[in-house]
Design a protein around this ligand. Structure first.
Ligand code: DC
Length: 216
């Protein structure tokens, strides 16, 4: 049994790396950020007042999240592309600070990670969701480098982007994710930290698969 937990701030390359590590080792991949984004998208569509506990409870009981072949479905609709906008990222950060949202998604994530060989990425996987994961990685990169990657990603998808605005959004989201009261982003004491600022994707994947060797 091997579970690999990968945490870190936005734009550190978690999902790209996690997907490749899962592919290289034949493990399933679970993107927990996508789940917060899907709930954020649902809140946007249903115009949920996030300050109203009853509305949030209704949103959670009425929203169904599933993964099929690494695509994410909200109420049986494929929202894999719709959750990747800057607005959805901002909403994801907001809903992820609400304890009721976290309780529901963490329970789902734990169920998905049970008795299964997985790579799971997020903010609190090593510190909370899979506290006893065999391998824990904390991926970082400087805010400037993370902004550059997000900016390039947006351009490559044919979207318009402004580098300074992307950098500002990253710094704002880092601050929100690290200072929120529930499950703030932090490195687990037993996680291996990898600063990817000057590393290629292949180098990061190789470093993580090496950590996983004892369980292969
Ligand atoms: O990794 P991402 O950008 O897709 O994450 C979107 C938001 O969800 C991010 O602002 C933090 C939050 N998140 C979280 O609080 N816990 C997780 N395990 C994953 C994401």
């Amino acid at each position: 049994m091997i579970r690999i937990a990968i945490d870190g701030p936005g734009g550190a390359g978690k999902s790209t790396i996690a997907r490749r590590v899962a592919g290289a080792l034949g493990l399933d991949y679970i993107d927990t950020g996508a789940m917060y984004r899907a709930i954020g998208l649902a809140a946007m569509q249903k115009k949920t007042d996030l300050k109203d506990d009853h509305q949030v409870a209704r949103l959670l009981s009425e929203s169904r999240i599933d993964f099929h072949d690494e695509k994410i479905f909200l109420d049986e609709k494929d929202v894999s592309a719709a959750i990747r906008t800057p607005e959805a990222a901002d909403m994801a950060s907001r809903v992820s600070a609400i304890p009721a949202v976290r309780d529901k998604l963490i329970a789902l994530q734990r169920a998905m990670g049970q008795n299964r060989n997985v790579v799971m990425d997020g903010r609190d996987i090593g510190t909370n969701v899979l506290k006893d994961a065999e391998v824990k990685i904390y991926l970082t990169a400087t805010p400037k480098e993370r902004a550059r990657r997000r900016y390039e990603e947006l351009l490559s998808k044919g979207k318009q982007a402004d580098y300074d605005a992307v950098l500002q959004a990253i710094e704002k989201r880092d601050h929100a994710d690290m200072t929120r009261a529930v499950d703030p982003l932090r490195k687990a004491a037993d996680a291996k930290e990898l600063d990817t600022t000057n590393m290629s994707i292949e180098e990061v994947v190789a470093a993580i698969t090496k950590e996983a060797e004892p369980w292969q």
